[in-house]
Design a protein around this ligand. Sequence first.
Ligand code: DGY
Length: 428
Amino acid sequence: MNSVEDVDLAHRVAVMGQRAKRVLRDNDRGRYTVPTAKLYPFQWNWDSAFVALGWAEFDPERAWLEVETLLSSQWPSGMVPHIIFWTQEDTYFPGPDVWRANHGPQPSSGISQPPVLASVVRQLATESDTDRVNAMFDGLNRWHQWWHAARDPKGLGVIAISHPWESGRDNLPDWDIPAAAIDASQVGEYERRDTQLVDASMRPHKHDYDRYLALVNFGAEHGWDDAAIAAGNEFWVVDPGITAILLRAERDLLKLGEWVGRDADELTSISTRIERMEGGYDRMWNPEAGTYTSIDLRSGEYATTGTSASFLAPYAGVTERTPALIDELATWSQHCPYLVPSFDPRDSRFEPNRYWRGPVWAMVNYMIATGLAETGEDEWAEKVRLSTRQMMLHSGFPESFSPTTAESVGGLHFAWTAAIWLAWLHKL
Ligand code: DGY
């Protein structure tokens, strides 16, 4: 017989499922889902992809619409933008007038974001979806090709970002030193909206925003030309997050291509890209830090510290260093009760409540736990999942969580956090 605690937990889990669906419905704008109203009132790239995993649990058609809408914003270059401005909203800055990036079918930002889309499509696809997958295949393939050509033009097998926002991990301490080289003296006056909606102590500093805007100005002045950005952008940093996510997405794209029977040539070129990335991945291994770190390609300097993205190697299918990563994760877990903080909790720059300098993000946990489970590290996969569940039971579905208290950090009623609850429903 079930204990009172079991029944109580089962009831809470059922209520959470209803609440999670409510979060998606409230943020639904018809063909896409906003991350959360006001703070992020448009379609965001990787948010949308993760959100589709949540929709898939109770409305698969809506899940497909989400990913198809995202891909419909693709630029002729193959780039899929990080924000798509489907409507005009005055609660967000910087808007389309600042980005000046009208290269695609919709006004958008001029940079991209972690390419989880192909991996999500593989998750969504069931027997009857071959036509849809076939229809999306070229777009996904062109986006992946764009990452290699535009963000790894030297063929290193690791992917650079041109803006902290492109990593999706905006104010990670890793970016502080490379971003300090950015000349923000011409940025002028502007009014931030984020700090009118969320406590400023949870958001990036003004000096971060000045640099974000200086980089936007550089891109806009160069017409978002990929070659000009690769050659002259002051910020050009290899990101272990993007690199892991793209490598994973390439493997998933290859499987999708095989499944729908694409030409051998197309499949071979994906395999070649995978091999290049497998060969390059270890460049990010930093023996002094004992983990994978970012690399500032302008100075050649490695970051000194690991981040949550260091633990994405198993998700990328790169497993040689898993034992060292597990040791590292075990050490982190001794420094904060909830896994996985976005930044090393032993470092003096760790801030448990400031955006990407400490808080836990549910969709990062989802990727980390997926990779660990696939690598046979079930115990740690389960720890990461349980930590995620505890934080959600404690605080619901905020943007992120404090790794020290499980309290909400950032925006509330947040789509991708709710989506991860739903995607993990059968495991929680
Ligand atoms: C923001 O506005 O904080 C977003 O993270 C940019 O993508």
